[in-house]
Write a protein that binds this ligand. Structure first.
Ligand SMILES: [Zn+2]
Ligand SMILES: [Zn+2]
Length: 251
């Protein structure tokens, strides 16, 4: 299974508009972060996790030719704002969309033209799959949901094989942490060092990583307040890294 990090930044992306901080002005490509999303491929199945407003640019950059299904972690715009740009991938069949019912309802309300009885020609069409906190499959990928909380909002994290992806949260129930036992690659939200109402701080992320003990952990959804990649990354504990846009992992 190959994972491509399409974006590793928070909802504003980095650089942030109108910000003159040194991170936003950095020349290092690793400090330029589009909105968080990953693309997962096996020889037979390719899935997209979240489809934010940078999807079109991300799809060009990663040369995404095939998508067999899209998992939406939650309904915030930085995770769903690019769904309309999936239309070239929906030309020959409806795009399977997997999410909590609550999330699907928001998508339907924001794209009514895709869900009307007689859709306007050319609009993206979706085959919606309402999921719960129970395992499901897309092609040969067996997906185990791991529910996390983004302040009070339930967000869909998941485990596939030895990899787990947890974005947009700052609390997780012990029963869900149990599902992470034995993962080799853990991808986890870490916004910045200072506390935030709905995102992990760096230390909250490190404490979860320390309890799960994966071989490697990769931080995502960083804001400019996390600091420069070249300064922060080397100071992280062994096995923990800041991810960057374009990073690929085989797992
Ligand atoms: Zn987000
Ligand atoms: Zn900045």
């Amino acid at each position: 299974m190959k994972i491509t990090f399409l974006g590793t930044g928070t909802s504003t992306g980095n650089p942030q508009l109108l910000c003159d901080c040194r991170v936003c002005h950095s020349k290092d490509a690793k400090d330029k972060r589009l909105r968080s999303s990953i693309y997962i491929e096996t020889p037979s199945t390719s899935i997209l996790v979240d489809c934010g407003p940078d999807f079109r640019q991300q799809a060009f950059r990663a040369n995404i030719r095939k998508i067999d299904g899209v998992i939406l972690t939650h309904e915030h715009y930085d995770h769903v704002g690019g769904l309309d740009d999936l239309r070239p991938y929906c030309t020959f069949s409806e795009m399977p969309l997997f999410a909590y019912q609550r999330v699907l309802s928001v998508v339907k309300a924001s794209m009514p033209y895709s869900f009307s009885v007689h859709p306007y020609p050319g609009v993206p069409l979706f085959d919606v799959h309402s999921i719960q906190n129970e395992p499901f499959s897309i092609g040969d990928l067996n997906i185990i949901p791991v529910e996390v909380f983004h302040y009070k909002l339930p967000v869909l994290g998941f485990r596939i094989g030895n990899m787990a992806y947890l974005t947009d949260f700052n609390s997780i129930q012990p029963s869900e942490v149990t599902k992470l036992a034995g993962v080799k690659v853990l991808i986890v939200d870490a916004l910045r060092e200072e506390p935030h109402i709905s995102h992990n701080t760096l230390s909250q992320a490190l404490s979860l990583i320390d309890s799960v003990k994966p071989d490697s952990a990769w931080l995502i959804h960083m804001s400019h307040d996390m600091g420069l990649h070249e300064e922060v990354d080397p100071a992280l504990p062994k096995g923990v890294s800041l991810s960057w846009d374009g990073l690929t992992l085989d797992c």
